[in-house]
Design a binder for this molecule. Sequence first.
Ligand code: T46
Length: 133
Amino acid sequence: MMYDLLNFKTHGNYAGNLVALEKGEEFPFDIKRVYYIWGTDRDAVRGRHAHRKLEQVVICTSGSCDFILDDGKERATVHLDNPAQGLYIKGCIWREFTNFSADCVVIVLASEHYDESDYIRDYQTFLNARADL
Ligand code: T46
């Protein structure tokens, strides 16, 4: 599995929508860190790395952007524009994200604290890590 798209239960009524995320059936791990990204130029390319251990769920709570995921053999592009969906990335997957709308806000829920040693920032090192799996 390169990625999974989680469809969150939405509590909607005349006043709008609400999604609650709790560990359990709808959420795959204990959340240790939350960060968010906004104000990114449309053509900027963020990411360009993989993680050794980290699991993350990425939610585009406003606007849209494209995630490009790469498992070393195949690439997939996932367009995120729905706050009721989460892109679950687990395992050693190279990711880039781009094509940001002006109102794009991306919230990321992570399974671990920030740890630079978990990053693989060189593509050939990533391919070698994939080959060792
Ligand atoms: C990922 C994608 C989706 C911190 O100090 N703490 C943090 O928790 C994070 C995520 C970043 N930083 C610092 C490290 C850099 O100096 O913030 C700066 C920007 O981080 P980075 O260039 O890694 O950001 P992105 O947008 O390229 O990637 C981030 C996450 O790092 C990464 O895990 O999967 O979002």
